[in-house]
Design a protein. Structure first.
Length: 664
């Protein structure tokens, strides 16, 4: 880092930054020659933030006024960190630089120009919770009498409307791709979206999506404003450009119209957020949108060993839609990555935990080790093993498996089989039934507690003389599920499968935008339950596991915890040791993504996961989807991504499933 002296704001620099000393040749080329449209392809761990920071410092040193620079990042925290680093490099805080997220920049500009597009400058910004509350009001206005049967929740509707806006995709096309079960009501959803937009406009309210759409509207409908802003922003720099959606790309394209100095930094190989509306074509087609584009590649990696990068380069080379890159490490040679095939998911978890404990004994902190997985439900068996072995862990980007609401919901169904007097579980179940609120649930529970067994309850007139109404229908649907459960004779796996194939599935699909992920969790729970023949020991062990994970304290080493994370949540982070688990053909690539033609994004996910590792990388999977206790079932092949890696790029660890991987 440069030596620097803090100066008063706007005081001329009394030293020159030695850019050749501070930057490698690839970074230096960007900093010195970043005028005009520039595409900077910065590979994982290559110091892209450093490059952007020094580019801004260089512009300031050359006399560009701070207010002429627009620096767009994906979090306000990232913007603050960049501006702080510019202060360290340049010697003074760059007051006046426009730095922040797309939404932050849009907010500032719309406060000034709101009236030009029919809003008042004192508009209120709705956060997620407020937006959902307003949407619920709209739903009540539109439907005085709720539609018969279940209807998408405000959360699901808001997710559909938001994704449609950010991807610029019509609602019907979006439903076909992501929510086919709602196609019969696409007319209702379109009507709700229009009413929601009108309600916000009438009340001078905007949500996060409006900020971007209204800025784009301003730039398109008011050419004089667009020209003024594009003259003001002499230099525009955009970080993580591979994660922009169409709206965001449109905005920076228009703002750069006068000077044409737009420098975007990103890595197409790390574009993994299409489900949020990110459009990889923004970076892949950048030279087409800006014909005089200069393209720079930053391929020197400061994070990972040569062996890990060799594997990562081989992984991503199989994608056809990409800018070819070849990351080069500055670190010394270390071990090859390891591939381990285990006999079962239990043994995969045991192998990982044992290796983690060995590394810890060698001096590696838990906090420098991470276990990454494609989907949240893949962590369940490992979490159980970690708790059993008393290893503290931190779950990034979500809730521990057995603490998730939908897991607790299904377990509540099983608990009332074991104990029909379980008032807490009955209340939880009833509140998920259509038409049953808190008051109704309380009355029903009072009736239920008059009986001692589930067969008695399902035979009784729990609703009294009621023979119709939404609450009655809700109870009848639950009763049908309970009758299925009675027939399963306390087999935990079959009981769980009966719950998730019944009315509860419809509840999830209508209430939650991520219903598919929740159902995958429940399928994993059912598989885990297969190791138990009786319900009581299954519930007892789950409950004890939950209590242990909540109550366990480790004050002395509170910060030294193993990290568990989905790959999406791990992007941008790094650890000395990384385990990527469940590398089986039916788990990674994710089957649904393959079906939807997104195999290249899945491969980019694998690339992102591998490049989180600094010194050691383990790739593991089990050859059986079942557990050792339940008996092996549905033999699995390794992920196609593993099969794409030449054998001299990894070491095989033969644990139990000797030569299984080599057979493919």
């Amino acid at each position: 880092m440069s030596q620097y002296i803090l100066r008063r704001e706007n005081e001329p620099a009394n030293f020159k930054i030695d850019y050749k000393k501070e930057l490698n040749p690839e970074q230096l080329e960007v900093v010195l020659n970043g005028d005009g449209p520039c595409l900077v392809l910065a590979g994982a761990g290559s110091g892209k933030t450093r490059t952007i920071v020094y580019r801004v410092a260089y512009l300031l040193e050359k006399g560009v006024r701070p207010e002429e620079i627009l620096l767009v990042t994906f979090t306000n925290k990232a913007a603050r960190e960049m501006l702080d680093r510019i202060t360290q490099v340049f010697g003074v805080y760059p007051k006046g630089v426009w730095g922040g997220t797309f939404h932050h920049i849009a907010h500032i500009l719309l406060r000034k120009y709101a009236r030009a597009i029919g809003y008042e400058p004192n508009f209120t910004i709705l956060d997620q919770e407020d937006a959902l509350s307003l949407l619920k009001i709209v739903l009540k206005d539109l439907y005085q009498n709720p539609p018969k049967g279940r209807f998408p929740s405000a959360s699901v509707l808001h997710s559909i409307i938001s994704l449609s806006r950010n991807t610029r995709m019509p609602v019907n096309n979006l439903l076909e791709m992501y929510y086919p079960n709602f196609l019969p009501i696409q007319g209702d959803i379109t009507r709700i979206a229009a009413a929601f937009a009108q309600k916000k406009k009438q009340s001078n309210l905007v949500d996060f999506d409006d900020l971007l759409e209204l800025l784009r509207l301003l730039l398109d409908s008011k050419p004089e404003v667009r020209e003024s802003l594009s003259r003001m922003f002499k230099y525009i720099l955009v970080d993580e450009y591979q994660d922009t959606n169409r709206l965001q790309a449109d905005i920076v394209t228009r703002l750069s119209g006068h000077h044409g100095n737009i420098l975007v930094v990103g890595d197409d190989a790390q574009s993994i957020y299409s489900f949020r509306g990110a459009e990889i074509q923004n970076i892949l087609q950048f030279p087409k949108f800006f014909p005089k584009t200069k393209t720079f590649k930053i391929e020197t990696n400061y994070r990972s060993s040569p062996e890990i990068l060799g594997l990562a380069n081989k992984i991503i080379s199989n994608n056809s839609r990409q800018y070819p890159k070849n990351l080069k490490s500055v670190k010394k040679s270390q071990d090859l990555p390891w591939v381990a095939a285990l006999s079962s998911s239990d043994e995969e978890a045991e192998f990982i935990v044992q290796r983690i404990l060995e590394l810890r004994a060698e001096g590696m902190p838990f906090s420098e080790m991470a276990v990454l997985f494609r989907a949240s439900h893949h962590s369940q068996v490992l979490e159980f093993e970690l708790t059993r072995r008393e290893i503290a862990y931190e779950y990034r980007g979500g809730v521990r498996f057995f603490e998730r609401a939908h897991i607790k919901d299904v377990l509540a169904h099983l608990k009332v089989i074991e104990n029909a007097k379980d008032e807490i579980s009955w209340n939880r179940i009833l509140l998920h039934q259509d038409g049953i609120g808190e008051a109704g649930a309380k009355k029903i529970v009072m009736e239920i507690l008059k009986y001692t067994s589930l067969p008695e309850i399902t035979s009784a007139q729990i609703m009294g003389d009621k023979k119709s109404g939404r609450a009655f229908d809700g109870w009848q649907k639950l009763r049908q599920t309970l009758l299925k459960l009675i027939a399963k004779e306390h087999n935990p796996r079959e009981l769980i499968e009966a719950v998730i194939t019944g009315d509860y599935r419809e509840y999830l699909e209508n209430e939650f935008p991520n219903a598919a992920e929740r159902l995958a969790d429940l399928e994993t729970l059912a598989e885990f339950a297969g190791r138990y023949e009786k319900l009581q020991p299954f519930l007892a062990e789950i409950t004890l596991q939950e209590s242990f994970s909540v109550d366990r304290g480790d004050e002395e080493n509170d910060d030294d915890k193993l990290i568990l994370s989905t790959i999406h949540q791990a992007k941008g982070l790094e650890w000395e040791v990384v385990f990527i688990i469940n590398m089986a053909a039916d788990a990674f690539p994710y089957p649904r993504a393959v079906k939807e033609g997104e195999i290249e994004e899945e491969r980019r996910l694998f690339y992102v996961a591998a490049t989180r590792a600094k010194s050691k990388l383990y790739l593991t999977y089990s050859i059986s989807g079942g557990s050792a206790m339940a008996g092996f079932a549905n033999l699995r092949s390794p992920s196609q991504f593993l099969l794409e890696i030449p054998k001299d790029f990894y070491e095989s660890i033969d644990v139990v499933a000797e030569n299984h991987f080599d057979a493919f």
